[in-house]
Design a protein around this ligand. Structure first.
Ligand SMILES: Cc1cc2nc3c(=O)[nH]c(=O)nc-3n(C[C@H](O)[C@H](O)[C@H](O)COP(=O)(O)OP(=O)(O)OC[C@H]3O[C@@H](n4cnc5c(N)ncnc54)[C@H](O)[C@@H]3O)c2cc1C
Ligand code: SF4
Length: 636
């Protein structure tokens, strides 16, 4: 077991105080052994995840000593524990609130994912329409080395996500000898089973527990596997708005054909009425009532049956992530995709990139294999490890940083959940997970998307106020609850830094403008839900009562809430090696070539010059395609 007796006792005490037996749902946390489940789960997690949870439990337990209760949480009697939880939720000490939210999110995820609880909250995870898997999908063959190796190719690509896969296809189809090295494993539809915690553990970096450090702490999950974050993303595909491309000095006409080719390859189209589900329908109703702009989201899917678990891997391969589209096409054109290979350094000779070195990893443990050093030499090295890991690779070698911009300008599109509770059943988890958008305030940096993860799952779940019977009442109303998330176009205050010992630090403080946009976004979403007939709207702001009438909307933006009050998660890291024509202020040029290091290119989310204002995946793909085609033309 991963937890000491004391920490496990703290966890059990907290879980029981939050979810005691009785109330609107009879079983309590102890009836389904939440503490035991989480403890044995941690045994299967990475050491870093165990350290994080251990730290949170210790911090939470001791935090009550510095309150009027004067004793560790687990030593308190039941009434004192309840009183402390109430105080914690609105505490002025941010760390107290945030630790409680994170632990509550974990507890709720295990509770709500339990087979004994799911039927009680009406959660039926079965697809509501059965369709066969698309026979047109080409199976992807990957190589999984058992020890070190040496290879020589024309282009080596580090990372197989949105950027790396598109680059691999373009370069291989141009006749170049290409190897893609991916640290994670290869998964497909057969692997996408099991409970949400198990899927988080397997398909997410750091088992899904990755955060930024700053005010507030923000959950920043990232995918890890063949296909990168496209394996577990929601499938939303917006072209970069023209006003954004203009601000980047890019030409919408030039990128148009790139977008068109990507949209054809990924079968991108709007969510149909048959799989929209009630979560999208209520947003549509509210939007129409108010006359706001928006519509069904465009997605990369074929044969989708609306099971609503896209962020945990599509069990049908209906979501057309890179592992079932661009990577098989790249492989068909001769590219080799090698998994379990973590690139540790870029080889540089006479100032020019000439290949990469790294370690092969055990697929079970993720540990380095014995004799697992590998080397791939290539006159062209493409970094596509994503906006967090690409800058870290460069920083470890102090490479490519004459502009001092490597790792800076991190944008993440912070956002939060808003929940609308209706007077009738919606079963909002039935249907596409992210299905409908309202872009009325897009130019102000606010995009609203109807998004419903499985009940009780996600960082926002921990932000639902209350404990005991209040919390149970709320869970019992999940069938009547709709959920939306915000995408806030942020100002780039974040930074990624490599730390000694091979670690990294992501710092991010919300800019005051972004706090204002977030609150306006919460208000806009609440307004939409009220217009759709919601009885109440939960904003997840600490101490804020449910909003029931339009006149109460002003509470959200009346200046009472600041950065530290927001419960945020973000899914779109970008901008840490930005593109530009001036080598003094950017890291790569318009074709992804690193200004300082010939032979080195970057083709992932790091190169985005600013916020995309919309979900970024096809922008990343379009820029990667353009850069790869340019490289291919130079080499032919
Ligand atoms: C839960 C979630 C939902 C999302 N939903 C959407 C959505 O609906 N629409 C949208 O547009 N965007 C969405 N995104 C974001 C989108 O998926 C990413 O912006 C995009 O995939 C980033 O592409 P990338 O190539 O930069 O990195 P990634 O796709 O993350 O790929 C990077 C790859 O590099 C590998 N790697 C890292 N370091 C190394 C190393 N040292 N050696 C070898 N390999 C390495 C990683 O394992 C990973 O597989 C979502 C993201 C998440 C996490
Ligand atoms: S809703 Fe998502 S997970 Fe379910 S079939 Fe469609 S794409 Fe796949």
């Amino acid at each position: 077991m991963s937890l000491t007796t004391a920490r496990r006792a703290t966890l059990a005490a907290l879980a029981d105080s939050l979810l005691p037996r009785g109330g609107a749902l009879e079983p309590g946390a102890s009836d389904v052994n939440v503490a035991g489940q989480l403890d044995s789960y941690l045994d299967r997690c990475a050491p870093g995840t165990r350290r994080t949870v251990n730290f949170m439990l210790t911090a939470f337990n001791l935090s009550s000593i510095a309150s009027r209760h004067l004793r560790p949480f687990r030593m308190l009697g039941a009434p004192a524990r309840e009183a402390y939880l109430v105080a914690c939720e609105t505490s002025k000490i941010r760390q107290r609130r945030e630790t409680l939210i994170a632990l509550k999110a974990l507890i709720l995820m295990f509770f709500c994912s339990d087979d004994r609880i799911k039927p009680l909250i009406g959660y039926d995870a079965q697809p509501f329409k059965k369709v066969e898997r698309d026979p047109g999908i080409i199976e992807l063959k990957v190589e999984q080395p058992e020890s070190g190796f040496y290879e020589a190719v024309d282009v080596v690509i580090v990372g197989s996500g949105a950027g790396g896969s598109v680059a691999a296809k373009e370069l291989a189809e141009a006749g170049l000898k290409v190897i893609v090295l991916e640290e994670g494993e290869h998964f497909d539809r057969r692997d996408f089973t099991g409970s949400p915690p198990e899927r988080l553990r397997r398909f997410y970096r750091g088992n899904g527990l990755t955060f930024t450090i700053g005010v507030p702490t923000i959950s920043l999950p990232i995918g890890r596997g063949v296909g990168g974050s496209t394996l577990i993303n929601s499938g939303t595909c917006f072209r970069t708005p023209d006003f954004v491309l203009d601000s980047w000095g890019m030409n919408a006409d030039e990128l148009g054909p790139q977008f068109a080719a990507i949209e054809a390859a990924l079968n991108i189209g709007p969510v149909g009425a048959d799989i929209m589900g009630a979560n999208g329908e209520v947003m549509d109703k509210g939007r129409r009532e108010l006359g706001y702009s928006g519509g069904p989201i465009r997605r990369n899917a074929r044969g989708c049956h609306g099971s609503g678990v896209c962020a945990f891997g599509c069990p049908l391969d209906a979501k057309l992530g890179m592992h079932v589209t661009y990577l098989p096409l790249a492989a068909k054109a001769g590219a080799r995709i090698i998994t379990g290979c973590r690139v540790d350094c870029i080889m540089v000779e006479s100032g020019r990139a000439v290949g990469v070195r790294g370690s092969t990893l055990d697929p079970e443990t993720g540990a380095m294999q014995r004799d697992g050093r590998f080397e791939v030499s290539a006159p062209h090295v493409v970094l596509a490890a994503g906006a967090i890991y690409t800058p870290v690779l460069l920083q470890r070698q102090r490479l490519a940083n004459s502009s001092r911009q490597v790792g800076r300008n991190l944008r993440i599109h912070p956002g939060c959940g808003v929940l609308g509770v209706f007077d009738h059943d919606l079963h909002a988890w039935k249907g596409v997970m992210q299905s409908y958008y309202v872009d009325e305030k897009l130019r102000d940096g606010i995009l609203v998307e109807a998004t419903y993860p499985p009940p009780g799952v996600g960082y926002s779940a921990g932000g639902v106020g209350g404990k005991g019977s209040d919390l149970k009442d709320f869970l019992a109303r999940y069938p009547q609850t709709a959920a939306a998330g915000l995408i806030i176009s942020d100002t780039g205050t974040g930074r990624v830094r490599a730390t000694p010992g091979g670690g990294l630090l992501i710092t991010y403080d919300m800019h005051a403008d972004d706090v204002r946009k977030t609150l306006e976004g919460i208000r806009l979403t609440s307004e939409i839900y009220l217009a759709a007939g919601a009885q109440e709207v939960h904003t997840l702001l600490p101490g804020m009562p449910a909003v029931r009438k339009r006149e109460e909307l002003s509470w959200i933006t009346d200046g009472k809430w600041g950065a530290a009050d927001l419960k945020l998660s973000a899914y779109h890291p970008m901008g840490t090696c930005r593109m530009g024509s001036d080598s003094r202020s950017s890291v790569v040029d318009e074709h992804g070539r690193v200004h300082d290091v010939p032979g080195l290119l970057i083709m992932d989310a790091s190169v985005l010059p600013g916020s995309t204002y919309v979900n970024p995946q096809i922008t990343i793909m379009a820029l990667a395609a353009r850069s790869a085609q340019h490289l291919a033309s130079e080499l032919s």
